[in-house]
Design a protein around this ligand. Structure first.
Ligand code: PGA
Length: 246
């Protein structure tokens, strides 16, 4: 039985007080059947850890080198050092706004695993690719170039999130048929590259305008193991309602 996971990607939102309040409110309402993870801005992560909450934290971004002259960056060792457990890697905003390539994302995956952090690896196609019917080829290539170099033991530690770029922050969600088709395909590629046992273990989350009204239908899909939630995670009641939608 795969883990059910609902992760909050707070992106570049909230001040310290708001982050603390939201983190506490989510902690009070959590349900032990679902693994929650919160990805705050890096600046707030330490403060949330110091608060001693029970929800594990992740970082939205880091650099793959362990130290050195990389002004403005946070190293994988520094992330590990403050007690963070998860790292978001390959988010479409990092790819499109900050120019992260499949090659750089691969290095981040390797660095995270080397230092014992769990990668939440994001993949997903832009609108033009979906409209030309090439979404499966596009996502498969993202996985092959940045994730499928791992050996069995390493890939089993990863979580994957499928986030169609055209659904992120747009209010437009993939319907359950589109989500299930992609999730089942991802699982079959993992099975081909590794084996069925590995494929059955890896949680594959859906992200992209997931909210309390559509989460139930998406999470009912056999290959959707939870969600990576942006906008709707900034409100405790919405986020907890999504987490309660299995
Ligand atoms: P959204 O963002 O829920 O606001 O669409 C999801 C994400 O980018 O992870």
């Amino acid at each position: 039985m795969r883990r059910k996971i609902v992760a909050a990607n707070w992106k570049m939102n909230l001040n310290q007080t708001q982050a603390l309040e939201l983190y506490s409110a989510i902690g009070l309402g959590k349900n032990d059947d679902v693994q929650l993870i919160v990805f705050p801005v890096a600046l707030h992560a330490q403060m949330l850890i110091a608060q001693g909450g029970s929800i594990p934290l992740g970082i939205q971004n880091f650099y793959f080198e362990s130290k050195g002259a990389f002004t403005g960056e946070i190293s994988v060792i520094q992330v590990k050092d403050i007690g963070v457990q998860y790292v978001l890697i390959g988010h479409s905003e990092r790819r499109s706004i900050f120019g992260e390539s499949n090659e750089m994302i691969k290095k981040k995956v390797d660095a995270a695993l080397e230092f014992g952090l769990t990668p939440l690896f994001c993949c997903g196609e832009p609108l033009g690719v979906r409209e030309s019917g090439k979404e499966l080829t596009f996502v498969r290539e993202q996985l092959e170039q940045s994730l499928f170099h791992l050996d069995k033991r390493a890939i089993e530690k990863c979580i994957i999130a499928y986030e169609p770029v055209w659904a992120i922050g747009t209010g437009r969600t993939a319907d359950s048929r589109q989500a299930e088709e992609m999730h089942a395909s991802i699982r079959s590629w993992i099975s081909e590259r590794y084996n069925t046992e590995v494929a059955e273990k890896i949680p594959i989350l859906y992200g992209g305008s997931c909210n309390p009204s559509n989460a139930g239908e998406l999470f009912a899909c056999p290959n959707v193991d939870g969600g990576l939630i942006g906008g709707a995670s900034l409100d405790a009641a919405s986020f907890l309602a999504i987490a309660g939608s299995f």
